[in-house]
Design a protein around this ligand. Structure first.
Ligand code: GNR
Ligand code: NI
Length: 167
């Protein structure tokens, strides 16, 4: 097991569109396990491969209270969306920034599990939000890009200032 480095917005590699997985082999299983370890260590509820600079369609999620419910989604696809809601989102790739994003309230997902077998999942609440947030990452989109231009400019300024301080 190994911790992976998480890319930080506005790193342009967060905009690369991830490619479908064609084979669930040992190297992919290692990636999945390393992503889970990295997500738990960073206290995130989800992590997309894009965020660790691997441009394959792989997502891990755990929205459980006690962190004992890891979900693995290979080639995830939303086949149905219902309703609309706003939720205050954050992102491990945009530390310290939180804002409301409007998304579907419920989604149906099709994906392959860690065993390479297809499954379907009906999700609501935080899980539905997180699934949409993670699939956005695979499509090269960061949650702040759902916000107004004005808010994005403010966020970029804040991150630059923060970056300067850390030098
Ligand atoms: O840890 C995370 N929390 C979170 C909160 C609200 C909406 C989405 C998320 S996902 C985020 C982890 C992350 O950045 N995944 O890409
Ligand atoms: Ni994120």
């Amino acid at each position: 097991m190994a911790l992976l480095n998480i890319l930080h917005y506005p790193d342009e590699r967060l905009h690369i569109v991830a490619k479908p997985v064609t084979e669930v082999d040992d190297s992919l299983l290692t990636l999945i396990d390393d992503m889970l370890e990295t997500m738990y260590e960073a206290h995130g509820i989800g992590l997309a491969a894009t965020q660790v600079n691997v441009h394959k369609r792989v997502v891990v999620i755990d929205v459980s209270e006690d962190k004992t419910g890891p979900l693995v989604m290979i080639n995830p696809k939303i086949t149905h969306r219902d309703g609309e809601r706003e939720y205050e989102e954050g992102c491990l790739s945009v530390p310290g920034i939180y804002d409301k994003v409007k998304r579907a309230d419920r989604v149906t997902l099709e994906a392959l599990g860690r065993d390479g077998k297809p499954y379907t999942l009906d999700a609501d609440d935080l899980l539905a939000i997180c699934i949409q947030h993670e699939i956005d990452h695979l499509d090269g989109k960061v949650f702040v890009e759902h916000l107004s231009r004005l808010k994005q400019d403010r966020i970029l300024k804040k991150l630059k200032k923060q970056h300067q301080k850390n030098l």
